[in-house]
Design a protein around this ligand. Sequence first.
Ligand SMILES: [Zn+2]
Length: 61
Amino acid sequence: MECINCKSKNIGQISQNHYYCWNCFVEMHREQDVFHIHEVDLDGSLLPLNDLFSEDERRVQ
Ligand SMILES: [Zn+2]
């Protein structure tokens, strides 16, 4: 897979449905066939980025 945000393939898998982009520091959480995207802030809090992408863009290929 590639990062939905920056298209990098530098993706780490945190758990079964949970991915992390080492390039743009975005966390992707897969729920059924759609990814939910958060940016991880420096203090560890999650900022939702779902609004930046259409549901089609977030759909699992
Ligand atoms: Zn990325």
